[in-house]
Ligand binder design. Structure first.
Ligand code: TNX
Length: 546
């Protein structure tokens, strides 16, 4: 008898698991929440009378109102005031924890309640609610399951990097991109605004930079740089979507956007930089003494570490850029800086002697320390593409692990030296790499392939003990722009791999599962196609037919 009842309850619990796991009951939520309890009934979104908000939750109310408008075809009124005990509403409530991203979402037959621990949590509750309405065909459905979701992120930094330096991305397209990433709980747009191929910010202090160094690779009819008004508008738009914009001015390498305008700032001579074959380009741009790069690659013309003018000009440039972006984070690049020109520069060599710097790599640490003095004045924390051979980064630095296969070494080193790190590993999070072999129609430099599955295999904690990953702040996916020539191409490379990445950043390993992920991805791709976007269709998983 006893055995029989144990068997019965085992069977019943298996049946429950079975029901939960049935496709129709597993909503396509990305990133996967910490816990979802299905309550077995349904609610019609059409029956909702309005949106009720408490004082602190107002920021997300109009976002929800617009999103629901698309579905039910009318703007639900937003009412402020006491939210207790009301039925038939979407109720938004906000706790007092300013930076918390945790939230709860309850859908019952009496209405919807979203409670965030802070404003970001409310916003994320709203984005999850919008996904609860997504059906398998990628359309929004009005009859939704009743449920209770409790959710909070694993990591606080979930970023995507855009590179308008290589191919300019007009401001409107940047805003569209932000709106999409925010819907999937990304919270940082890392904006790579300068490189060897361009300078993309309007500067009042150094107008020649945007006037001369923005002429390549820009969609017809666009300026090729962002005006300060546009940048402020992008920052404000991002803030409404709980996205922080982190600017990057890459240095001391990848600096031709500046060096073409001010050749005296590098230790390479104009003769050395001008190679046979550059004459044609220079003829087209008579004001320039050297060529802005019109091809991918790494320039060896570093900013001269010993030239006081470098620090003077950069204190003006950085000052102006710092004031445009309210984020306390500032990315100073620091990647791929071949130090040969410092080795052959008599002034750099003299400086090394004077400062008793034994290796040329120490000069890199000196350079970063000098730049950091400028950033400190504006209350900014320096962020770097981490290079293992740089002996010392400023103590308040944040590093990005990026080089293929070297993340673990970078994480170890950051832990040892006491700074925080963000994981953007080449093998999982480089979304300029093709989705599939041959997936780049443009010529590229034999980039490796990053499949969706490879992107999903990423564990930013690399299975380390909790205390050994406490300094890992989160994840970033990079969309380097050499081969991304259009907005269409940007989405094609970013999605669906960014779904995989954001889940690595948001969801605990215990709730992540590749098979289950592939089931959740499809409706989001179908939704994007309906919206006229062209994300990559992983036919290796779903077959040819969409
Ligand atoms: C390396 S990743 C770079 C970029 C290129 C990218 C192309 C990094 C910090 N630097 O300048 O665009 O490879 O994949």
């Amino acid at each position: 008898m006893k055995v029989k009842s144990i068997c019965m309850s085992l069977l019943m619990s298996l049946a429950c698991v079975g029901i939960q796991a049935e496709d129709k009951n597993v909503l396509p939520l990305i990133p996967k929440p910490s816990s979802v309890e299905y309550l077995g009934k349904s609610l019609s979104v059409n029956s909702l009378k309005g949106i009720l908000v408490d004082q602190r939750a107002q920021a997300s109310a109009s976002y929800l109102q617009d999103a629901l408008n698309e579905l039910v075809g009318r703007k639900l009124p937003i009412k402020k005031g006491p939210v207790k005990g009301k039925t038939g509403f979407v109720v938004l409530r906000c706790g007092s924890q300013k930076d918390s991203e945790a939230y709860e979402l309850k859908v019952t037959q009496s209405g919807v309640e979203i409670r965030g621990e802070g404003p970001r949590g409310v916003f994320y509750g709203v984005t999850t609610f919008m996904q609860v309405m997504l059906n398998e065909q990628g359309a929004l459905q009005t009859d939704i399951p009743t449920l209770h979701i409790k959710d909070a992120p694993r990591f606080g930094y979930r970023g995507l990097m855009l590179d308008p330096a290589r191919h300019f991305i007009p401001a409107d397209a940047v805003k569209r991109f932000i709106a999409t990433m925010a819907a999937y709980k990304f919270n940082v747009l890392h904006f790579h605004l300068s490189d060897d191929q361009g300078w993309r910010i309007e500067l009042k202090s150094h107008p020649k930079l945007h006037e001369y160094s923005s002429h390549y690779n820009k969609p017809e009819g666009t300026r090729g740089y962002y005006t300060q008004k546009e940048l402020k508008d992008i920052v404000a738009f991002a803030a409404r979507h709980q996205v922080e914009v982190v600017p990057e001015i890459d240095m001391p390498g990848h600096s031709m956007g500046v060096v073409t305008v001010y050749p005296e700032l590098t230790c390479r001579s104009v003769q050395e930089m001008n190679q046979p074959g550059h004459e044609e380009t220079l003829k087209k741009h008579p004001k320039m003494k050297i060529r802005l790069w019109d091809t991918p690659g790494v320039s060896e013309a570093l900013l001269c570490a010993s030239n006081p003018k470098v620090y003077k000009v950069y204190s003006e440039i950085l000052g102006e850029v710092c004031r445009l972006f309210p984020s306390p984070k500032f990315h100073v690049g620091g990647d791929e800086a071949p130090m040969d020109c410092w080795k052959s520069c008599p002034d750099c060599q003299a400086l090394m002697k004077q400062k008793q710097l034994p290796k040329v790599q120490d000069l890199m640490s000196f350079f970063f320390a000098e730049m950091n003095k400028i950033l400190k004045k504006y209350g900014k924390q320096p962020h770097y593409w981490y290079e293992l051979d740089v002996p010392k980064y400023p103590e308040n630095a944040v590093a990005y692990a990026w080089r293929m296969g070297l993340s673990q070494a970078a994480i170890d080193r950051a832990q040892k030296d006491g700074f925080d790190i963000i994981c953007a590993p080449g093998e999982h999070a480089y979304f300029d790499y093709p989705n599939i072999a041959g997936g780049h129609p443009q010529p590229n430099w034999g980039m490796p392939t990053t499949t969706l599955e490879r992107a999903y295999q990423f564990d930013p904690g690399y299975g380390r003990k909790a205390e050994d990953q406490a300094h890992i702040l989160g994840v970033e996916g990079t969309l380097w722009g050499e081969c991304l020539k259009s907005e269409e191409r940007l989405y094609h490379m970013a999605y669906p791999r960014s779904f995989a990445l954001v889940e690595a950043g948001w969801s605990a390993m215990a709730v992540r599962n590749w098979e289950d992920f592939t089931k959740r991805v499809k409706p989001h791709l179908l939704k994007m196609y309906k919206a006229g976007l062209d994300p990559y269709w992983p036919k290796e998983i779903y077959g040819e037919k969409k």
